[in-house]
Design a protein around this ligand. Sequence first.
Ligand code: SAM
Ligand code: SF4
Length: 372
Amino acid sequence: MGRPLMPTPQPLPEPTLRPTPAARHTSAAPPTSAAPPTSAAEGPLVDRFDRVHRDLRISLTDRCSLRCTYCMPEQGVPWLAKTTMLSTEELLRLAGVAVSLGITEVRLTGGEPLLRRDIVDVVAGIAAMEGVEGPIEVSMTTNALGLDKAAQALADAGLTRVNISLDTLRPETFRQMARRDRLDDTLVGIRAAAEAGLTPVKLNTVLLRDVNDHEAPALLAFALEHGYELRFIEQMPLDAGHTWHRESMITGEEILAWLRTAYELSPVPQRGSAPAERFFVDGGPATVGVIASVTSPFCGTCDRVRLTADGQLRNCLFAAGESDLRTPMRDGASDEELAQMFRMSIGAKLPGHGINEPGFLQPPRPMSAIGG
Ligand code: SAM
Ligand code: SF4
């Protein structure tokens, strides 16, 4: 298949959110994520731009069974210290506080969440929580290694669905991108997820130029054949090796151009707060998604907050700072005190991730230790 002519990349502007009038009173100086304001409103997790936070991403570990080049280096990863990792009880306590603040959906991620020995207990504990809209929806982002053995137990514990990373259908390219020879195991894990009813199974793909970009139509064909929902994610500047370059990343526009070499795509209306812009494939009903975090940021509708495996709350993937919940929790903080820390973190959230602004700095914590 020949390479299509790509449109010139057109980076979109950052969102121009304005603080609400009430929010302007909460802090005189422009807040930064490193310096939360000193007061925070009562109530649920609403920020200065009226964004209501409903979605909590919990990273269960920074360890991983793969070494994807856009995420982790081959060697020399500085692991989080074991003593700083949250226990099952600590994780569930913080999740419970978040649920009391209006969180309705929890996504477990990592590193590789299936490496946590207590994964079934974590899922069961969160799935048993009652939120403002009923039981909490628990999902997981995983590389699917070992999912064949765990899928049924996870489904029985209350896991509703999974997002699985699949960047290629070629063993050699898998070895090159993930630095491990595990394509077959990944495919087995994907099948097991579907068989256990963890549906819709969503597949996440990151395209790298001249590595797997030409595989976009083949990956879509695979997803359509099996009834999986495929989403392409633009590569973001979050890898521990600092290998991201704006000039070489595959943009959302290029992803669509690759797909249009084989399929007709038409936009699905009503995106809402979903990061993926979805397209009907050949008239539908099947769809494909593009998450263009870099060239078309969706920060204006962001409803996500993240908790790391060592108990740090991050109000944005790209936040330069974070709020330490582990230390006060271990020092005896009450649930209400922890809730106030959640509110203060959200109160300090910036309007956008700033990737396209001059002076943008990649956060010190890599994706594998934040949780995607
Ligand atoms: N290990 C699990 C997995 O791979 O699905 C969960 C953690 S991983 C960090 C979560 C998601 O982040 C994956 O879909 C992965 O492709 C994506 N990801 C990792 N590094 C990325 C980067 N630099 N840019 C964009 N997406 C990235
Ligand atoms: Fe591991 Fe997921 Fe990062 Fe790949 S993307 S190295 S599977 S955490």
